[in-house]
Design a binder for this molecule. Structure first.
Ligand code: 6PG
Length: 504
């Protein structure tokens, strides 16, 4: 019997997506260039299904894959972003695809590549994209999915994607989880929503990852502040994170940070975090978010700061050398009687900075969406991030609520709830930063978030002086506060009269 879905690429993500599809009743033809990976998914399926019939057909070539598939084809790619996507699409075209066939790219592709590919394959087959978040476990038991592209593609994919996605309890807004093979969660609201025309889904996923970078970096700064100022052990900080996880900071990233901090190294018995080299990797999506924010002029300083923090971490050799030359302040631990208040201040700094990071990410998507004509639904985007994805958190429900109240909300900080939260906690946020600065703790993301907040809430900034400087050395002109926008002036700085010239 022919299979309903073809799957190309059986790395951890592909394999788990395949098993997830099978759990949800879809027959899958699976192919990878590496025959061992094909064997891998087949044996995993065999192990999990027990005496039930096989749900996955292993294929040894592209031709074999197509000959095992129902027409029109529905082919899911789970392969590295970039060239491999073009190569595989080219190969499939060569073997014969038709207008109704759909190829779905689930990788972390650059959104502009997706737009190009859709154009390139238009009329030949439907090139559709479905960005996936949630790592291996998400892929296996329910990821958050950000599909976009051709409407005909979406109509056919909608039931499939909704079935395999993570689910949320509509009452509580909390994830409905069952990490048990063969028993997928079928109730609740699916974390899959049509994002918009081609490119939109990958853009939104890119910003998801940018926010993920910021969220992770902020947690790292909280950890480092607590460790430096209080001299706590990783396990003690894990316990604090576990407490925080009961409140508004409740999130997958706080939870796994506590787990990482609790872990001992199996070799030395020391806290694992102390033997992990402090050089951060990155695969590019944070950088793309930062670049896009710079390009379109929508500040996402928390993302840029976290990308730079990873870059700085990579300068290990230089840092080791610099640490012997550049001295900072002497660190004395905070007094015992002050500890609790200090921890509360760091909590609030993390919370307020996190609000800024998300506000930046959502404003970035809004600006990009307007430029591209995407008409993004931010309440729906926040909703599908409530479960399955890496940034899943209780917090996302409040973001959904904010956009449900005001679809066109310019910035999350302007929502009544978030404005109230920042007002309530900002003095602690400021003090945590002052304390950290005094102790010499690097906090690029905490500090940039506070600067963003202080800039965003300012009616006037020092850009008036800046315009004066530009006009002085380059006759770049300026507008006046007492005239309508669009009327430019230049002051003759070099003439004795210093007369004002109105630029026509
Ligand atoms: C997700 C993750 C996933 C991946 C990141 C990691 O949403 O499931 O974001 O896409 O883990 O790309 O990125 P870095 O390697 O750049 O940290």
């Amino acid at each position: 019997e022919l299979c309903q879905i073809g799957l190309i690429g059986l790395g951890v993500m592909g394999k788990n997506l395949g098993l997830n599809l099978a759990d949800n009743g879809y027959s899958v033809a699976a192919f990878d260039l590496d025959a061992e990976k094909v064997q891998g998914i087949l044996s995993q399926d065999e192990q999990e299904r027990g005496d039930k019939p096989a749900r996955i057909t292993g294929c040894s070539t592209f031709e074999d894959l197509l000959s095992n598939l129902q027409k029109p084809y529905l082919i899911v790619l789970s392969i590295p972003a970039g060239k491999p996507v073009d190569i595989v699409c080219g190969k499939l075209l060569e073997l014969g695809l038709s207008q109704d066939d759909i190829v779905v790219d689930t990788g972390n592709s650059l959104w502009t590549d997706t737009v190009e590919r859709e154009k390139q394959y238009h009329g030949k087959f439907i090139f559709f994209s479905c960005a996936v978040s949630g790592g291996e476990v998400g892929a296996r038991f329910g990821p958050s999915l950000m599909p976009s592209g051709d409407q005909a593609g979406w109509s056919r994919l909608e039931p499939v994607l909704e079935a395999i996605s993570a689910k949320v309890d509509p009452e509580s807004g909390l994830p409905l989880v069952n990490n048990e093979p063969g028993n997928p969660v079928t109730e609740g609201e699916p974390c899959a929503a049509y994002i918009g025309p081609t490119g939109a889904g990958h853009y939104v996923k890119m910003v998801h990852n940018g926010i993920e970078y910021a969220d992770m970096q902020l947690i790292c700064e909280a950890y480092q502040s607590l460790r430096t100022a209080l001299g706590l052990t990783p396990k003690q900080i894990a316990a604090i994170f576990r407490e925080w996880n009961k409140g508004p900071l409740n999130s997958y990233l706080i939870e796994i940070s506590a787990e990482v901090l609790e872990q001992d190294d199996p070799v030395t018995g020391k806290p694992l975090v102390d033997v992990v080299l402090d050089v951060a990797g990155q695969k590019g999506t944070g950088l793309w978010t930062a670049l896009s924010s710079l390009e379109i002029g929508s500040p996402a300083m928390a993302v840029t700061a976290s990308v730079y923090a990873r870059c700085l971490s990579s300068l290990k050799e230089n840092r080791v050398k610099a640490s012997t030359i550049l001295k900072g302040p002497e660190v004395t631990y905070v007094a015992d009687s002050e500890k609790e208040a200090y921890i509360a201040r760091v909590h609030d700094a993390l919370y307020c900075s996190k609000i800024c990071a998300y506000a930046q990410g959502f404003e970035l998507m809004k600006t990009a969406g307007e430029q591209q004509g995407w008409d993004l639904d931010f309440a729906a985007i926040a909703k599908i991030w409530r479960a399955g994805c890496i940034i899943r958190a209780v917090f996302l429900q409040s973001i959904t609520d904010a956009f449900n109240k005001d679809k066109g909300l310019a910035n999350l900080l302007m929502d009544e709830f978030f404005a109230g939260q920042v007002e309530k906690f900002q003095s602690n946020w400021r003090e945590a930063i002052v304390d950290g600065v005094r102790l010499g703790v690097p906090m690029p993301c905490f500090t940039s978030s506070l600067s963003y907040f202080d800039s965003y809430r300012s009616e006037t900034t020092a850009a008036n002086l800046l315009q004066g400087q530009r006009d002085f050395f380059g006759s770049h002109t300026f507008e006046r506060t007492d005239e309508p926008r669009g009327q430019f002036y230049h002051l003759n700085w070099s003439s004795p009269e210093r007369d004002l010239v109105r630029i026509k």
